[in-house]
Design a protein around this ligand. Structure first.
Ligand SMILES: Nc1ncnc2c1ncn2[C@@H]1O[C@H](COP(=O)(O)OP(=O)(O)OP(=O)(O)O)[C@@H](O)[C@H]1O
Ligand SMILES: [Mg+2]
Length: 557
């Protein structure tokens, strides 16, 4: 505020020079006035410098905290949220929206205060000098105000359009980069370029739309502001001629004109920036307020080590697309291997997702060691379960870093042991940098089976009570798969293992095989029992092995 007053000193003093130095000949006053102008200008620059320094720091601190909170929120949110969220949107919240807030704090908020202050101080000063002339000028300002407001109203949808179009443009680029292999495989480069070109054209067009609105209103605004000068010279000139105003005061009025027109002209911009800030802040708040569906129980049960008895009692689950699981019941005791087979889309992955409490059971209950999983502390529950997911995801890190993801303190020896069990050690040591090999984004540079085995090693290193392998060896050759199975059998005697697979060879040795179809268990038992039942399992077995008796053959062991 004080610094705004400094802005008004030089124009005020220019009038003093005219009246007292030029007209009354008080020459000694000139130096004092000049010194005052220099002092005011210096102080104003220094104040502006410190102001910027402080507000830039505050805005950086605020935006840092916003980014931190958003990121923490993303860690809290569950599968249901990410099933629906678009990566591009979330990235915009973290970058563009957060930056809009920073811009508001560091620039817009101050400009708003500054403009209001300049306008009010100027008005008070002008009224004090000559209220009649001030009133005449005031009468002209509503027109400028109106024009600035109309401009902001007209340009608002265009600005929102630009933001939305930028989001679309980013999505196209992001998908194209992630899916570049599919693009190449289908030779769809031209199509992708035309898709991008459409969005790029749209972006340019939206920007031009905004510019056209500005172009329409700016000349009118300029003319209205110019009109102020005309009115001042006309009315002020007449008053000077009549002796109702000194020339010096007219000069002050003239020097103060910008202090009236400048804030009014800025009004349109500032309102727009304010709207952008409100929109961005609303998006950020919506994300910060998003509540995960899976919540910790108010009195969470923490157990360092679970035994691993898993019991499902009449579990049902639906997605928006419809029913996925229906009245599923079974028990897996510690040390047992439960295999889940069934046609694609029958609900196998969903079933194990429920055991990890990635989604909430809708009907029935899941008990681990006799306690409903909803009662366990989420971190405790999940640290007792290790999952090698169907959709393998590796981080862009070294192989060692990827395997040790769940247990960062693990030594190389432990990492290697997990890799040996997962049948990955041999191929890793053959890589040029061994365990220090950096795998690209999502594991680019490794074969499908290699990625699966690293994901398996990552799960094994956690040394959990419950191990879930969702289609983990589907891309691994039979020989390696059998070695992995033998390793697991000898090393993981006390663990409960869930194996989901389409291959009979992956499941035939399990203690319990469940066949899922349309979300229901249609068969349950050991390999021999299911073969004897001559149902779904038997048909799959027949397709994979013909009449060959797997149970009795050496191949299967
Ligand atoms: N996030 C989701 N949102 C909506 N529907 C889903 C979601 N995940 C799975 N489904 C639906 O639930 C059903 C079961 O899916 P699930 O992934 O459990 O099958 P699956 O048995 O693991 O299949 P696959 O053998 O192909 O891995 C499918 O019909 C699928 O469309
Ligand atoms: Mg699946």
């Amino acid at each position: 505020m004080g610094f705004t007053l400094l802005n008004l000193i030089p124009p005020y003093l220019s009038g003093v020079i005219v009246d007292r130095v030029l007209l009354r000949g008080e020459k000694e006053l000139l130096w004092q006035v000049v010194l005052l102008v220099i002092g005011a200008t210096f102080l104003k620059s220094a104040a502006r410098y410190f102001y910027r320094l402080i507000f830039e720091h505050i805005s950086q601190d605020v935006v840092y905290q916003i980014r931190m909170n958003l990121y923490q929120k993303l860690q809290e949110l569950d599968f249901t949220f990410f099933d629906q969220a678009r990566t591009g949107d979330l990235m915009t919240r973290m970058s563009g929206d957060a930056d809009a807030v920073r811009h508001f704090i560091s620039w817009v908020a101050f400009s708003l205060v500054e403009n209001v202050a300049i306008f009010s101080f100027a008005l008070i000063t002008l009224f004090a000098i000559n209220y009649q002339l001030a009133l005449v000028l005031m009468a002209c300002t509503p027109l400028i105000c109106l024009l600035a407001l109309r401009l902001s109203i007209k340009v608002k949808p265009a600005f929102f359009g630009i933001r939305e179009q930028l989001s679309k443009l980013n999505s196209v680029v992001q998908e194209n980069i992630s899916g570049n292999r599919v693009v190449k495989a289908f030779a769809k480069e031209e199509y992708e370029i035309s898709k991008f070109s459409t969005e790029n054209d749209g972006f340019k067009e939206k920007n031009l739309q905004a510019i056209r609105i500005w172009e329409r209103y700016l000349p009118a605004l300029d003319a209205a502001c110019g009109g102020l000068t005309v009115v001042l010279l006309l009315v002020g000139g007449l008053m000077v001629i009549k002796g109702a105003l000194t020339i010096g005061r007219l000069v002050i009025f003239n020097s103060f004109l910008w202090t009236l027109s400048y804030p009014l002209r800025n009004l349109g911009w500032l309102i727009n920036d304010l709207q952008r800030f409100v929109a961005a802040a609303a998006q950020i708040l919506a994300l910060l307020e998003a509540e995960p569906k899976i919540k910790n129980s108010p009195t969470p049960l923490r157990k360092e080590r679970l035994e691993g008895q898993v019991e499902l009692v009449n579990v049902s689950f639906s997605q928006e697309s419809g029913e996925v699981l229906r009245e599923v019941s079974f028990t897996a005791r510690p040390g047992e291997t439960v295999a889940i087979v069934g046609p694609t889309g029958s609900g196998k992955s969903t079933l194990v997702n429920l055991i990890c409490r990635f989604y909430e059971v809708m009907d029935g209950e899941i008990l681990i060691d006799g306690v409903n999983i909803k009662e366990y502390d989420l971190t405790c529950l999940r640290s007792n379960i290790a999952v090698a997911m169907q959709d393998v995801f590796l981080f862009s890190d070294t192989i060692e870093g990827n395997i040790a993801y769940g247990l960062p303190d693990a030594g190389l020896e432990e990492v290697q042991q997990a890799a040996r069990t997962a049948g990955a050690h041999d191929f890793i040591t053959k890589l040029p940098a061994g365990y220090d090999t950096i795998v690209g984004e999502r594991g680019v540079g490794l074969s499908g089976g290699q990625k699966q085995r690293i994901a398996l090693a990552r799960a094994l290193l956690k040394d959990p009570a419950i191990l879930i392998l969702d289609d983990t060896t589907s891309s691994v050759d039979l020989e390696t798969e059998r070695a992995i199975q033998q390793n697991l059998k000898s090393l993981y005697k006390k663990k409960t293992i869930f194996v989901i697979a389409h291959r009979i060879s992956s499941v035939c040795n399990a203690d319990l095989i469940l066949t899922l179809k349309n979300g229901r268990i249609i068969e349950a038992g050991k390999h021999e029992e299911l073969v004897a039942r001559k149902g779904y399992y038997y048909t799959v077995f027949q397709h994979q092995y013909g009449d060959f008796d797997l149970a009795g053959s050496e191949e299967a062991k």
